[in-house]
Design a protein around this ligand. Structure first.
Ligand SMILES: [Zn+2]
Length: 132
């Protein structure tokens, strides 16, 4: 058998995870610590992270391509970039958390013309903009 399919997470569940998260990364998950998107570190062991679920599963309808609006001067890599769980790229994210401190992380794979980039970003409640 192949790997377990990820559990579906609603935006409300993801928000709940963010609200109950510790404020910062612990020693175990510090290698992945990034308040804005960064490329998944190639040198760190991903063993410290466990899959919680996914906001989109294969077979679902294609989610909207609409991007999360950002304030002027804030790019998508910025730690200040808002997180809208219903818009790109967050509506295609998986959520993982640290096995030790439970800090949640968003993971997303960008398929470019000549590259595949696996990205990770801490999920912080104060960046969430859905429903506000
Ligand atoms: Zn941790």
């Amino acid at each position: 058998m192949s790997t377990q399919p990820l559990r579906r997470l609603s935006a409300a569940e993801a928000t709940e995870l963010a609200l109950s998260a510790p404020g910062s990364a612990c020693n175990q998950c510090r290698a992945f610590s990034s308040p804005g998107w960064s490329s998944f570190p190639a040198t760190a062991s991903a063993e410290v992270l466990q899959a919680v679920g996914a906001l989109w599963l294969p077979g679902d309808d294609e989610p909207t391509q609409e991007e999360t609006p950002r304030p002027t001067g804030v790019d998508e890599w910025s730690a200040a970039a808002p997180i809208s769980l219903s818009r790109r790229p967050y509506n295609r994210c998986e959520i993982w958390s640290c096995r030790h401190c439970r800090l949640p992380f968003l993971r997303y794979t960008e398929y470019g013309g000549y590259y595949v980039d696996s990205r990770i970003r801490e999920l912080h409640a104060e960046r969430l903009v859905d429903g506000i």
